[in-house]
Design a protein around this ligand. Structure first.
Ligand code: 6PG
Length: 239
């Protein structure tokens, strides 16, 4: 599988490089369309990038034109330690002057994950209208078994053709999650996988060694937006 990858000695340098690329896209999107949209990923890896954004690029970012979405969320209260929204608030959102209405978390204060997923799809359609949900940037992580967002191996969500957001049961803690589907993720204008740590080396090698012309065995390999993807790796993950 072809990989455009950019490798850096440390997660800090990887995060800085990815953030520089994001800020270039922010400026381009805002000058062309007067707004910028990004889907944040969860887990641990992106926390460094979010913190850097708040520390280093707070004043250079036109926050009134920036819209933060999420690629997935755990179906837990927003102040739960496992909440991706909580992590993004702690590292980025609470430290920058972004208008509240520009932050679009996957809300989980619904009676069921299915209702929460439907509500988020309404939120996305409000922003994208009937056009394709083409986010300017999609940040994605990689699980050791090849999941990305909350699309796990064997999940029916991988074959979703209509819905933009679905509720899934993941083989991970917590199991109930919400995730963007490939319907959205394959529309992204710029898709950056952020992968760090030696524990990701094996799955990266497996992804890289897949033939180009067959469907990937791994959810991360199924994200094939027309504009391609860029893999930001630290040396520990890249090997
Ligand atoms: C989540 C993420 C998930 C994450 C990978 C990698 O909600 O957990 O969206 O897809 O990106 O599991 O997580 P780490 O960065 O913690 O390794």
């Amino acid at each position: 599988m072809f990989f455009e990858s950019r490798i850096f000695p440390t997660i800090a340098e990887m995060s800085e490089a990815a953030l520089d690329a994001i800020l270039r896209i922010v400026n381009d999107a805002v000058s062309k369309r007067n707004r910028f949209s990004i889907a944040l990923s969860g887990g641990h890896t992106p926390a460094k990038l979010y913190a850097l954004w708040a520390e280093k690029y707070k004043t250079q970012t036109p926050w009134d034109r920036v819209h933060l979405f999420f690629g997935d969320e755990r179906f837990v209260p927003e102040d739960d330690l496992l909440s991706n929204y909580r992590m993004a608030r702690q590292t980025l959102v609470d430290h920058v002057p972004i208008p509240k209405e520009n932050v679009h978390p996957m809300l989980t204060n619904f009676p069921s994950p299915e209702k929460a997923a439907k509500a988020y799809e309404v939120e996305l359609r409000k922003f994208f209208g009937e056009g394709p949900p083409a986010l300017d940037v999609q940040l994605l992580g990689l699980g050791v078994e090849g999941h990305t967002a909350s699309l796990f191996p064997g999940s029916p969500a991988l074959d979703e053709k209509q819905r933009w957001v679905v509720a899934v049961t993941a083989p991970a803690e917590p199991p109930q999650r919400l995730t963007l589907t490939p319907v959205v993720l394959n529309e992204g204008l710029n898709t950056f996988f952020l992968v760090a740590g030696e524990d990701k080396r094996e799955i990266l090698t497996a992804l890289r060694s897949e033939p180009q012309d067959v469907q990937s065995k791994y959810p991360a390999g199924r994200i094939r937006p027309a504009r391609g993807v860029v893999w930001y790796l630290d040396q520990a993950a890249a090997g």
